[in-house]
Design a protein around this ligand. Structure first.
Ligand SMILES: [Zn+2]
Length: 439
């Protein structure tokens, strides 16, 4: 195996030689503000990636997710898929990164779209989530192509929109078009910021619902003539505090979810709105005295692979029924808003074993296996694409995502690009994925 490890070392050197290029590329990506919502500059960043990947010998395709949520002439949902064929038939390895970033928010001490390099870190919105990962995968692919002229199968890189808002105009759309059909693509790595030595196998499930309690409007000076919907909702919250939250805390999962607090079922109350809406900021008058006849609560329930979504819903309904039995005039509606089932790739899957070995060969570290508390685009690759052999692996610290002064470390990007490149050698030159598949 002397030749193979030589190849790995040459790959590592080729990545290292691209350090300046990696820094420039990451900065260039950050300097294209792709805020979502509303979905700005998707075309600009796709054109930028198009020029770069064409130069590296990829065939590229720009794909607009027409009529998906948010798609408009002003904010068209553009995506890019680039493919480089090998010299002989074989499997396809695909790197998928989202190109959108979330709102900047307050508290920055650096320019959020400056991409400044300070003490070995690149700063900006999207630095770790996930333009650093996108840049690392491009550098890994280019270094691989320099070192390995003869490889089987194909190598793909995609840049997709809307991950931060559900991925419907991005990976979900591409999956519907067959881009993640297991006949076309066999291995997927999503370079989300999970740390350079961690492999993310999947994520917990999500169930969003709106609960409404009903009342009766009356004059606020005589509330006994009406029925206060906010007080009814208060009873719901109290029942949740007394029975639901303790019950959720007792449900533990065998999924290796990080951080520790997410190793159980959780529920967030996203919002409660009851009675009159607040006046506009420039309205200086007083509200009128009315008993609220409606109160709405939006809940965000995160559930475990051991839980069934029907049970998750039944549990909330049971809370509402308990309140109804004990409370006069209580009535409610419940409406599902959004659902994502949990997903978790087996540790024995070829992509997991390949990347774990590459982490060990590159850094001398044993890979840590994790599951994400929140979802990401793996859900669409799994549910729509029906492709199970998918992980998230990339540089950066998850806790920095969406925060002020977000950054990604250059050394971390280098090492994870080396891991990605070594994984390409395993899968496209040595055929380890097919061997692991038993084919
Ligand atoms: Zn992300």
């Amino acid at each position: 195996m002397q030749d193979d490890s030589d190849l790995g070392r040459r790959l590592e050197a080729a990545v290292l030689a691209r350090r300046d290029d990696l820094i420039e590329l990451t900065g260039d990506l950050i300097r294209i503000p792709t805020l979502n919502p509303p979905g700005e500059n998707y075309r600009e960043i796709c054109d930028f990636l198009d020029r770069r990947l064409l130069k590296s010998g990829f065939d590229t395709r720009l794909i607009r997710a027409k009529d998906t949520p948010g798609d408009s002439e002003k904010f068209p949902r553009w995506n890019i898929v680039a493919r480089r064929e090998g010299t002989r038939p074989g499997e396809c390895v695909h790197f998928n990164s989202h190109i959108d970033v979330v709102d900047v928010g307050k508290g920055w001490t650096t320019d959020p779209f400056g991409g400044a390099l300070i003490d070995g870190r690149i700063y900006g919105r999207g630095a770790c989530d996930m333009k650093g990962g996108l840049a690392a995968s491009i550098i890994a692919a280019e270094a691989f192509l320099e070192v390995c002229h003869d490889f089987a199968g194909a190598l793909e890189i995609s840049g997709t929109g809307d991950e931060e808002s559900g991925g419907f105009g991005g990976v979900a759309y591409l999956a519907e078009q067959g881009y993640f059909d297991p006949k076309r693509v066999q291995h997927v790595i999503i370079p989300e910021p999970l740390n350079k030595d961690r492999i993310c196998l999947g994520h917990r499930g999500v169930w969003w619902a709106e609960i409404e309690t009903h009342g009766e409007i009356a004059h606020g000076s005589m509330p006994f003539l009406g029925d206060c919907a906010v007080r009814h909702m208060g009873a719901v919250v109290r029942e949740m505090e007394d029975t639901l939250f303790p019950a959720l805390a007792r449900k533990r999962t065998d999924m290796p979810v990080v951080p520790e607090g997410a190793k159980q079922s959780t529920l967030n109350i996203n919002s409660i709105h009851g009675g009159q809406s607040e006046g506009a900021a420039d309205f200086t008058g007083l509200p009128s005295p009315c008993v609220p006849d409606s109160c709405r609560m939006v809940i965000d329930r995160r559930f475990l692979i051991e839980e069934d979504i029907d049970e998750v819903q039944a549990e909330i309904r049971a809370i509402l029924e308990t309140v109804r039995e004990g409370r006069a005039n209580f009535s409610y509606d419940m409406r599902e808003m959004h659902r994502v089932l949990p997903t978790m790739t087996e540790k024995s899957a070829p992509i997991v074993r390949t990347v774990a070995k590459a982490i060990e060969d590159t850094m001398g570290l044993e890979a840590e296996y994790v599951v994400s508390p929140g979802t990401y685009d793996q859900k669409h690759i799994d549910r729509i694409g029906r492709l199970k052999n998918c992980i998230a692996y990339g540089p950066g610290i998850l806790d920095l995502a969406h925060k002020p002064d977000e950054y990604v470390g250059v050394d971390d990007m280098i090492q994870s690009a080396q891991v990605m490149g070594r994984s390409l050698i395993s899968l496209l030159v040595q055929g380890d994925g097919a061997a692991a598949n038993g084919e």
